[in-house]
Design a binder for this molecule. Structure first.
Ligand SMILES: [Fe+2]
Length: 475
């Protein structure tokens, strides 16, 4: 018999808590009108523990569930499925949770070797459609392929045996060539101080892998590409097997280790071509975009002063920190390039996005999720849930924001109106969860007029638990 979930861990309760069902819902109720040309599928990925977790549950440690809104000719269908990872199948068979995904030392004794051989991980973080495959990604393991329509689990995908590392949840796709660039951290062994960079062509063939030793073992969540550079930030969320074996946190915030940014040529760069750029202390989960001009790299980051969600090496919390949009500048013409940053936006922002046709290129429009202070989080008195969809115009510096009131918003995903539409012409799609009805809806906004409110709301009769990232597959 399944055990009850903890009622004190906020990540096991509304609006994060797991839903215990999978369904297919046809022809959802639509308020307003779904734009006729908006054909395709919006996916959302997030943690959704199958069973009551062992010990202290971390938000990152839940089994992946994927939700899909299929839009066609103004109608919307929905389905959701757990990803059938090795851990999910094992625990489904046992009828209970036997592994703590965030701490390999906390598991049922007979599965103590599972973590050493597992290739699937949790498949709970992000989605990409590339090379004709729908991949759900975590970051400590390989990507996992799903059927794009039914969400049926196909299995772990290793690019026909060529991928011997994990894959970040934030690959970047070059809009001109369709090439997908991604990396894995701690690539050669658990807690190793290195990164492996991979390139996959538009057809989905893995063509190149580059090994990069790093100054220390670091958890690296996101990176950026430009036309001429690849930029991988090593920021001090450190990994340590020794610390974990002594009962300390496996991953911890160690500011004294500093920020070191690996910059290498986008094309033909080898291990020897990596240049290390020092940056003032900061922490970033997500980048909005980046571009280069005359050897000067600009990187836009939703930046924290310290890492949230991770303890210090002594196990102390890092305290309340909020992310704000900053622009990094790295002049590669200098004999010893250094990095600097400056804040460019007044509002707190996370889950940044740009028009994917401008990834790695000069760009004008970005979107993000943000709080307005009206929706309180149970995590701490100072925390606010994100209830605002924001649009930042880098040219006019103008803000365009819409508050969903007593509702939590997801990351907004931009979909262009057509392949030839101007930058920003199109829609942003976000999953919004009402604190009144405790159900979720897909909100569709005109991307350049977010403050006008959604042009369509597509309603579910249940909730999509607060999760991480989404993705779009054109119809
Ligand atoms: Fe992320």
């Amino acid at each position: 018999m399944s055990q009850p979930m903890s009622q004190t861990n906020p990540f096991l309760n509304f609006p994060y808590g797991a839903i215990q069902m999978e369904c297919d819902a046809k022809d959802l109720i639509v308020e307003g009108e779904i734009p006729a040309a908006l054909n395709g599928t919006l996916y959302r990925a997030g943690p959704n523990p199958r069973f009551a977790p062992r010990g202290d549950y971390h938000f990152f440690a839940g089994d992946g569930m994927v939700h899909a809104f299929h839009l066609q000719d103004g109608k919307a269908d929905y389905n959701n499925r757990w990803v059938r990872t090795a851990k999910w199948k094992l625990e489904d068979r046992e009828g209970r949770n036997v592994l703590n995904a965030m701490n390999p030392f906390d598991c049922e004794p007979e599965y103590s070797d599972f973590v050493l051989t597992d290739r699937d991980g949790l498949a709970n973080t992000a989605i990409v459609w590339h090379g004709g495959r729908l991949l759900v990604m975590e970051e400590g393991h390989r990507p996992f392929e799903l059927d794009p329509q039914t969400l049926e689990s196909v299995g772990s995908w290793d690019f026909r045996g060529k991928l011997n590392t994990a894959m970040t949840a934030h690959p970047k796709i070059d809009p001109a060539t369709g090439e997908m660039v991604f990396f894995a951290y701690m690539a050669s062994a658990p807690f190793s101080a290195d990164v492996m960079l991979h390139k996959v062509n538009a057809q989905g063939i893995l063509t190149e892998s580059t090994f990069i030793p790093t100054p220390y073992s670091s958890m690296v969540h996101d990176f950026v590409i430009t036309e001429n550079y690849i930029v991988i930030p090593i920021m001090p969320i450190t990994g340590s097997l020794e610390r974990a074996m002594e009962g300390g946190p496996p991953f911890a915030w160690e500011p004294d280790k500093g920020v070191h940014v690996a910059v290498l040529p986008r094309h033909g760069g080898t291990t020897d071509d990596v240049r290390w750029v020092e940056m003032p202390l900061c922490f970033v989960f997500h980048f909005m975009n980046a571009f280069d001009r005359d050897g000067v790299i600009s990187v836009d980051a939703c930046q924290f002063k310290a890492a949230p969600l991770f303890p210090t090496a002594n196990g102390e919390p890092t305290g309340k920190v909020a992310p704000f949009l900053n622009r990094w500048t790295i002049d590669m013409n200098a004999a010893t390039p250094t990095g600097s940053f400056a804040r460019i936006d007044e509002f707190e922002s996370e889950f940044p996005q740009c028009d994917p046709r401008h990834t790695g290129r000069a760009y004008r429009h970005g979107w993000y999720a943000s709080p307005d202070g009206q929706l309180k989080s149970p995590l701490s008195e100072n925390d606010n849930f994100y209830n605002v969809i924001g649009h930042y115009d880098h040219e006019t510096k103008r803000e365009d924001r819409y508050s969903c009131g007593q509702s939590l918003v997801s990351e907004p995903i931009f979909v262009p109106a057509s392949d030839t539409a101007a930058e920003g012409e199109g829609h942003v799609l976000a999953v919004v969860t009402s604190f009144e009805t405790r159900t979720s809806s897909l909100f569709i906004f005109n991307a350049l007029d977010v403050s006008a409110g959604p042009v369509a709301k597509v309603h579910l009769s249940h909730r999509v638990p607060a999760g991480f990232h989404g993705g779009w597959r054109p119809g």
